[in-house]
Design a protein around this ligand. Sequence first.
Ligand SMILES: CC(C)(COP(=O)(O)OP(=O)(O)OC[C@H]1O[C@@H](n2cnc3c(N)ncnc32)[C@H](O)[C@@H]1OP(=O)(O)O)[C@@H](O)C(=O)NCCC(=O)NCCS
Length: 177
Amino acid sequence: MTDSLSSALPTAVRLTEYTKTEQIEILGDSADPFGVADAGLTWLPKEDHFGIRQKGRLVAHAGLLRLPISIGGVGTQVVGVGGVAVAPDMRGHGLARLVVSAAVDHARTMGPQHGLLFCRPPLVALYQRLGWRTLEQDVHVEQPEGPVVMPLRTMWTPLRDDASWPTGEVRLLSLPM
Ligand SMILES: CC(C)(COP(=O)(O)OP(=O)(O)OC[C@H]1O[C@@H](n2cnc3c(N)ncnc32)[C@H](O)[C@@H]1OP(=O)(O)O)[C@@H](O)C(=O)NCCC(=O)NCCS
């Protein structure tokens, strides 16, 4: 955990609303705030939202969505984590750790055994710090034109103490989150 905010760590709360307006409040109104436009993917919005407010301003977010998946030919569900965002001037103080932890704590109550996220390669080390593991295999996801191999990195985290990742082909049976 880094420095100045650690003496008075804010808490993450469940958000009743998270729309484009709230995303812009955190990340600004740039064209590609997550740096994934090159991948050309269609994404799903998230259903459950967690955020951190500082002096009334929304400065961090993580979203959750339960999704169907096939692993080794067996249908199950995962909790997808997405839309992880921290305001540019607030980065490096542990806010992503806080808000992702709050989201994952909630995900543990949702039923599925695994959390899943997709990220750009430079963020793999950050999520590893937060306890996520990389999935070193192709992961298929749905797109409007049909299934494609996810071009970003896929990471997972156990939502139960004994959860390991099953072997076999991985197909997310929905658009990615
Ligand atoms: C990615 C992002 C959310 C990180 O937010 P942040 O508040 O700066 O992250 P944190 O300070 O909570 O860092 C989390 C942990 O990762 C570590 N970390 C940060 N950058 C790292 C890096 N490049 N390599 C390894 N670890 C790193 C931190 O030290 C911290 O670990 P610690 O708590 O054990 O010290 C933020 O940069 C952002 O909003 N980026 C734009 C949107 C985006 O790309 N979102 C990701 C979508 S998948």
